[in-house]
Design a protein around this ligand. Sequence first.
Ligand code: NAP
Length: 300
Amino acid sequence: MKYDVIIIGGGPAGFTAGIYAARGGLRTILFTGSQPGGQAALTHKIENYSGVVDVEGFTLVSTMMEQAGNFGCEISFASVLDVKLAGEEKVVITDEGEYITSTVIVATGAKNRRMGLENEESLIGKGISFCATCDGSFFKDRPVAINGGGDSALTEALYLSNICSKVYLIHRRQGFRAAQILVDRVRANKKISLVLDSTVTALNGDPLNSLEVTNKVTGEKQNIAVDALFVAIGNIPNTDIFKGQLDLNEGGYIRTNEKMETNIEGVYAAGDVRITPMRQVITACADGAIAANSAIEYLS
Ligand code: NAP
């Protein structure tokens, strides 16, 4: 069977594209891959999605998935392994077989950046985590640290301060990238200690029991005893399978125009995977809607 549109990625951008494409009459299938919901589903609390006062990320994205399904968007949990995007018939190869489509919407989002420390990978699940909502409760009444200075790091620090005995927020400079309201809340929170101008330079113990933290200005090193380190130092786009086909910037993000069109006719990108000034659930949803509309226009 040939689809009108295949959506790759099951986060807010992908599901919203699914809602608009299926509701617009396109024969639509969406591949979520192994982590349905994307990074938004791992967010403890979303309070800036307009019209919703606050909601758990998982609940919001699950509702989007249900909504897309209700309009007839097929949803598959298969992972996409490769794509052939040139030509009128595009081929999407998954771990469950090959699919043919007239258009493709890429909404594959991004994955967590690593710190690059020697034993970082082997300590995942043994003190290193990339998701406070998922793992925070394992460290109830124990000291933990967070690395990063963006919205994710500060949101997670606030979340963990309700669970853990102490939260060290380690950030490589004085200024924060996060929204000012989060910075104000973190500064006012007595359980959170700021460790600024600093990076994590070693992970001690197995399971983790302390961090070596180096001050970048003074060169001074200190050991901080913690049972967990939550890493929130940004993201890397999931674009490996599109390299050599889609036009990417030096960071690997997909170039689009305002209609979410890529360099290949009939192929669109939406959400965190594309070059965009804002990576929020609400902007990802808007991208998904625009991408689906562009596919509808292209096919009509
Ligand atoms: P981000 O905004 O890219 O912030 C990454 C942080 O990690 C920055 O503070 C950065 O420092 C630091 N960093 C980067 N590489 C590092 C390294 N190698 N070592 C140490 N520190 C490093 O990432 P994010 O916080 O995950 O947010 C991603 C996107 O999602 C953003 O657009 C954000 O607005 C959005 N988001 C929104 C919400 C919300 O609105 N509720 C919640 C979560 C995420 P510098 O500042 O020095 O560069």
